[in-house]
Design a binder for this molecule. Structure first.
Ligand code: NAI
Length: 245
């Protein structure tokens, strides 16, 4: 594990899938990590145990990111647990509620926008305050290939992820002078619970002819969080086996 960090990292929706892989990768780089979960406490505790077994530090934190109070709750808990500012935020928590536009309900629209766009906005706003004071910080937003190119049945999800990319770019240029970077990662088809029900026939559309792994997404986040990525900001890094190319 690398040197002691002067701050901590928060990964939302980190009890499984891509978020869990990101949390493990950041912990290996020496970041004490807040493992946010909404309901799956067993999953979150398992990620914490795994990180601690490997010599890292982690803390499970319950919050629904769609709740307007979640940002303050999560940051206050992490700041006090690790006695350090949160210098890395990974907005990973996300949901999809698919339907074709003519039949897409208001509830499905609102749930996805609240979780995948408004939540990351509030967390980003809260994260930037201590980062601006520290003149240091990394924000990585997990968007999607669907935020870059159309996918039938996902108008709500696509609008949220495209909005997240626009938020990423705007925040990035606002804080670029202050040593803070804000980037997005746009995964394609990654093998997780979210894609468990998707027909594997769709894989023929992926130039790499296979699904990606959560670890392949985590590796890109790890790079964007690293010191080596200090001049990368406002970028969207596709991790999709060529799907968006
Ligand atoms: P997943 O469904 O396995 O994990 C999502 C996590 O977010 C779960 O732990 C869930 O409990 C959590 N979560 C959902 N709503 C939450 C809320 N309101 N508050 C707190 N936590 C909440 O999905 P996966 O695949 O790991 O997705 C992670 C991110 O990657 C999501 O933002 C997703 O949109 C994005 N993504 C996934 C792709 C894939 O192919 N799996 C492709 C492109 C993007």
């Amino acid at each position: 594990m690398s040197a002691e960090r002067e701050g901590s990292a928060l990964v939302t929706g980190a009890s499984r899938g891509i978020g869990a892989a990101i949390a493990r990768a950041l912990a290996r780089d020496g970041w004490p990590v807040g493992i946010n979960y909404r309901a799956d406490i067993e999953g979150a505790e398992a990620v914490v145990s795994e990180i601690e077994r490997d010599g890292g530090r982690a803390l499970a934190l319950q919050a629904d990111v769609a709740d307007p109070g979640a940002a303050e709750q999560l940051f206050a808990a992490l700041e006090s647990a690790f006695e350090a500012p949160v210098l890395v935020l990974v907005n990973n928590a996300g949901i999809s509620r698919d339907d074709l536009t003519p039949s897409l309900g208001d509830e499905e629209w609102a749930a996805v926008i609240d979780t995948d766009l408004s939540g990351p906005f509030r967390l980003t706003r809260r994260a930037l305050k201590p980062m601006l004071r520290a003149r240091s910080g990394r924000i990585v937003n997990i968007a999607s290939v669907v935020g870059l190119r159309a996918n039938a049945g996902q108008a709500n999800y696509a609008a949220a992820k495209a909005g997240l990319i626009a938020l990423t770019k705007t925040a990035a240029i606002e804080v670029a002078r202050r040593g803070i970077t804000v980037n997005a990662v746009a995964p394609g088809w990654i093998d997780t619970d979210m894609t468990a029900g998707v027909s594997s026939e769709l894989l023929s559309a992926v130039p790499a002819r296979r699904a990606g792994t959560p670890e392949e997404v985590a590796a890109c986040v790890r790079f964007l969080v690293s010191d080596e990525a200090s001049y990368v900001t406002g970028a969207v890094l596709s991790v999709d086996g060529g799907l968006a190319a």
